[in-house]
Design a protein around this ligand. Structure first.
Ligand SMILES: Nc1nc2c(c(=O)[nH]1)N[C@H]1C(S)=C(S)[C@@H](COP(=O)(O)OP(=O)(O)OC[C@H]3O[C@@H](n4cnc5c(=O)[nH]c(N)nc54)[C@H](O)[C@@H]3O)O[C@H]1N2
Ligand SMILES: Nc1nc2c(c(=O)[nH]1)N[C@H]1C(S)=C(S)[C@@H](COP(=O)(O)OP(=O)(O)OC[C@H]3O[C@@H](n4cnc5c(=O)[nH]c(N)nc54)[C@H](O)[C@@H]3O)O[C@H]1N2
Ligand SMILES: [Mo]
Length: 698
């Protein structure tokens, strides 16, 4: 081990970063006299490479922060006031279990109770372990966790069959890198050294993004595409590839389904038409296709930015066809990568016990929370939502259509419990806030969506104050409520074992022993991993499905096509006349969704809620650099500081997210303007498919 500790009695504990990020870093935490004194990236981990990001470098500061919630809190003021008093665990568990039992035994029944969680921690135990068992035994409503990635996941699933793509460690072997709808330096920073390795060999790196992000600035070229039009660009590229004979006929014949139909379909996308849709010059589209066609192993790194539009799933699907047209999957460094998560075959059935879900239990889409809280039947039939238990998420800040969400949370007849580290926006509407442990204080097992290493997080320090792991909170709640099932008594160690209890070959290397010894281990797959070099797609046909019977059965177009955003200006001219600017609210560099917004140095670095716009757009509106502006549409509005900059498409604005509403000038954040419309597949949110107007406030 190359890490050194500063004092003799210091210990180094291996852990994993819990945050929702493709990188899932391996960490080394130095502990001296029971206190964590240092956190660093594991230098031996091939992806972490010894460094942590801007945010997680401050993980100790976050853990020991004076604002940590360290005891149960009971609300004393009106909903939204944030007035709480401290309470004991006994008081909290008594009150919460009495209320939940009353609802469970009422005419509305247990489905009136809704869990709401996402990936505040990605650890299997603390994010989808005992909580799932608890809600399943209880018979609560199920939650469809769509808030981030389901559109892209469906796009991949319908095309290559799974969330499995090219090995990110093979990027240095590629001969063209396209960063497509991803701000790598911010949201996937540990991929950057691999990209630099490729670049050092003279490989061209192109970034396709409506915003000239810090990533785009470091690339050889920025292609400033119109938002939500990536599907058309991919179809236009395939048009050129086929027209100029740059396809790999052998790969097409052996490993794809529907190549002839695809070839017919893309005839409708000549570069002239694609230029009009995407706003990219015709000649550039043709040349991009040629560069791609000449390459032998181009790496297409997608991320989730481009799928937060009405046609997001189709866009990912169209792009995912490219490496099968050119046969790039054959070679190391070639192919497309959106997520590697499908490689991690943990035993989620044993962990979560879906067999305990009562038949006929309804499912509520988390992206429609505003609607679910407003409608008597949660919008999907059944009882109203009378209780909501929130953990690992801050829906009052991050859910679309913020005003609808907050209206719902204010309902006097809604009972809300939030498990948290801090008093977030969501906590302000809670009846009870329960203190949860951070990653330094609990055990967990991790997967990744950006590489192929499993990891174990061992607790480095004892829980602060009266904080408890989510697992333990649900165990105690179950016991207090009298929920009687033996699986609710498993301890965290048993949960780890349940998740590792699998015979899947890829998991052969992932034993508890290996994880305990080294902290992390590569899945038992070849290195580099070429998932589709010889076909072997995980679709029903085993081929890359240009033509999808499954989509046809869903009543969708079975072939890739361009699906415009809901708020595509030429399709909604009246709306676009009033709200002509497409607002993208992708992550701020210093925050992790709404996490870290309350950490002083990071908050100061992010300054304040801002909105960047093109000089022409600013000038037309009389907006000067630094002016306070109102960003608005029919759904709502929020205040932000104008940043006028060249590096953004005209007609597009960028409001980096996700600020806590209560730390924003008018108590509202960007989600006051986003809608509860959904993507074409996967029922995901459309955060960046959002027309607004921006006006000076004075
Ligand atoms: N620092 C930091 N890192 C993070 C996060 C964070 O909040 N902060 N969040 C984490 C999470 S939960 C996720 S899901 C990922 C998200 O990270 P990414 O998957 O990289 O997604 P976004 O940051 O949402 O968007 C990436 C880029 O897509 C661009 N974009 C938007 N619309 C379009 C479009 O229509 N076409 C194209 N080509 N580009 C478009 C945006 O301008 C943005 O620069 O990052 C994770 N990592
Ligand atoms: N406008 C706009 N909205 C967005 C996005 C966007 O780009 N633009 N991004 C979307 C995306 S991609 C995502 S993934 C979602 C993310 O939305 P969320 O999943 O809600 O993520 P965070 O905002 O980071 O909130 C996570 C919360 O979990 C808490 N937490 C962390 N670890 C633990 C734990 O172990 N136990 C408990 N009890 N709590 C814990 C943290 O303190 C934090 O408050 O936001 C979405 N919202
Ligand atoms: Mo996400």
């Amino acid at each position: 081990m190359t890490a050194t500790a500063s004092t003799a009695n210091a210990q180094i504990i291996r852990g994993a970063c819990p945050h929702d990020c493709p990188d899932t870093c391996a960490t080394l935490v130095t502990v001296e006299d029971g206190r964590a004194t240092r956190i660093q990236g594991d230098p031996e981990h091939p992806f972490t490479q010894g460094f942590l990001c801007t945010k997680v470098n401050r993980y100790l500061e976050r853990t020991y922060h004076a604002d940590r919630v360290l005891t149960p809190l009971r609300r004393v003021g009106p909903k939204g006031s944030g007035a709480f008093v401290e309470a004991t665990w006994d008081e909290a568990l008594d009150a919460i279990s009495a209320k939940l039992n009353a609802i469970r035994h009422s005419a509305d029944g247990p489905q009136a109770i809704l869990p709401y969680s996402y990936a505040g921690t990605m650890g299997l135990l603390q994010s989808e372990g005992m909580d799932r068992r608890f809600f399943h035994v209880l018979g609560a409503s199920l939650l469809d966790r769509t808030i981030c990635a389901t559109a892209g996941m469906m796009g991949m699933r319908m095309t290559v069959g799974a969330s499995i793509g090219a090995d990110t460690e093979a990027v240095p072997q590629s001969d063209l890198v396209i960063l497509w709808g991803t701000n790598t330096l911010t949201s996937n920073p540990h991929l950057w050294p691999k990209i630099l390795e490729a670049k050092a060999k003279g490989v061209k790196v192109i970034c396709i993004d409506p915003i000239r992000t810090r990533t785009a600035e470091q690339c050889d070229e920025w292609i400033g595409i119109r938002p939500g039009t990536d599907g058309a660009l991919a179809l236009g590229m395939m048009h050129v590839l086929f027209a100029e004979g740059m396809q790999d006929d052998d790969y097409l014949a052996r490993h794809t389904l529907g190549a002839d139909q695809l070839r017919e379909r893309v005839k409708a996308y000549p570069a002239s038409r694609v230029a009009a849709i995407t706003g990219i010059a015709e000649a550039r589209i043709v040349e991009l296709a040629r560069e791609y066609g000449r390459a032998k192993a181009a790496f297409l790194r997608l991320n989730y930015g481009l799928q937060r539009h009405g046609g997001g799933a189709m866009a990912v699907r169209a792009i995912a066809c490219l490496p099968a047209v050119t046969g790039h999957w054959r070679r190391a460094g070639g192919g497309v990568q959106l997520s590697s998560s499908g490689n991690f075959a943990y035993n989620k059935t044993a962990l979560q016990r879906p067999d305990l879900v009562p038949p006929g239990t309804r499912t509520v889409n988390m992206s429609l929370l505003g609607q679910a809280l407003a409608a008597p039947d949660a919008g999907v039939g059944g009882p109203p939502v009378r209780a909501m238990i929130v953990y690992n998420s801050n829906p009052a800040a991050i859910a679309p259509d913020h005003l609808a969400v907050v209206d719902g949370m204010k309902r006097e007849d809604l009972f809300m419990v939030v498990l948290e580290h801090f008093r977030t926006d969501t906590c302000d509407y809670a009846d009870w806030v329960l203190p949860a442990t951070t990653q330094l204080e609990h055990l967990d097992v991790h997967w990744s969506y950006g590489h192929l290493y499993a990891s174990l997080n061992r607790p480095a320090i004892a829980p602060l104050g009266e904080a408890l792991p989510n697992t333990e909170i649900f165990r105690r709640l179950a016991a207090r409520m009298g929920l009687d099932h033996e699986c609710l008594r498993d301890d965290d160690d048993a949960l780890v074992r349940a998740s590792l209890d699998t015979t899947d070959e890829r998991m052969a290397s992932v034993t508890y022993e290996a994880l305990r010894t080294n902290g992390w281990v590569r899945l038992a797959v070849p290195s580099p991993y070429l998932p589709y070099a010889e076909g072997g797609f995980r679709t029903p046909s085993g081929k890359c499905e240009f033509f999808s019977e499954r989509m046809k059965a869903m009543g969708l177009d079975p072939l890739p096509d361009f699906t415009p955003p809901h708020e595509f200006p030429e399709n909604v001219p009246a709306l676009a006349a009033r709200f002509p600017i497409t607002l993208i609210s992708s992550p701020a560099h210093q925050f992790l969704n709404s996490s870290f917004v309350n950490i002083g140095p990071l908050q100061r670095a992010a300054r304040e809620p801002e909105v960047a716009l093109h000089p022409h757009d600013a000038e037309r509106r009389g907006i000067a650099e630094g002016a306070m502006v109102m960003v608005e549409n029919e759904r709502g509005h929020f205040l932000a500081r104008a940043r006028v900059r060249e590096g953004i498409r005209e007609g597009v604005a960028w409001a980096p997210g996700v600020w806590w509403a209560k730390l924003s000038p008018d108590g509202r954040n960007v989600n006051a303007t986003t809608s509860q419309r959904l993507t074409d597949m996967g029922a995901g949110p459309v955060f960046y498919d959002n027309l607004v107007e921006i006006r000076p406030t004075s």
